[in-house]
Design a protein around this ligand. Structure first.
Ligand code: MLT
Length: 200
């Protein structure tokens, strides 16, 4: 028994990296499977369900208000999720996955990069923001990170997403940050950018 409710699809193309799919608030372990198959066909898909419930909606960590995080819980949950990734890698025989996270899922993936960089080989962070005000300096050399933000996102201020991009690249990650003319929801352009990013 692994420590998170999850879905797993084995790889059909062994040259593709495994994906760790992390849903947004109110999503679940099935939400991003279709997205994963589209952006990296043939990748193994590992998709856990967040353990926090906010009015019945699954999430990956607690928040005090929209955009205001319980940072102690962010740390605890990022470590717990990194432990799950290690368990799942042993159980399924996987390399370190690339995280693909949307919104709350992108935020926990960003926290994992900062706290447990060994857990991920890279990350696509869709509508992410800075998850921790005083993150430890991680060594992200060799890790690729794609961040896609919405210029009109009411939840993630553009300045905040830029700070996240700057902090990850200062830690050595190879960051591509795209600001799209859209809001918090994903657009066709997000998909195209991810397909291109994964094919490199
Ligand atoms: C969060 O709580 O992680 C952010 O506010 C994004 C969201 O899930 O709405």
């Amino acid at each position: 028994e692994l420590s998170f409710i999850h879905r797993y699809e084995p790889a059909t193309d062994p040259t593709r990296p495994p994906l760790l799919l992390l849903h947004g608030t109110g999503g679940d372990e099935s939400d991003l499977l279709g997205l994963g198959r589209t952006i990296s066909p043939g990748s193994a898909l590992l998709s856990p369900r967040g353990k926090i419930l906010e009015n019945g909606m699954p999430r990956f960590f607690r928040r005090l208000a929209e955009g205001v995080f319980d940072e102690e819980d962010v740390r605890l949950r990022a470590n717990e999720l990194a432990d799950f990734v290690a368990e799942a890698r042993r159980a399924y025989g996987l390399e370190a996955p690339v995280a693909v996270g949307f919104s709350n899922g992108a935020n926990i993936a960003a926290a994992m990069l900062m706290l447990r960089p060994e857990a991920l080989s890279g990350a696509a962070l869709l509508r992410a923001m800075v998850p921790l005000s005083d993150a430890p300096k991680a060594d992200l050399a060799g890790k690729r990170v794609l961040i896609t933000s919405g210029a009109m996102d009411p939840i993630v201020p553009a300045e905040n997403a830029k700070r996240l991009a700057a902090s990850l690249s200062e830690s050595g990650a190879e960051v591509q940050h795209e600001i799209l003319p859209t809001g918090h929801n994903l657009s066709q352009t997000d998909l195209q950018l991810m397909v291109r990013w994964f094919s490199r």
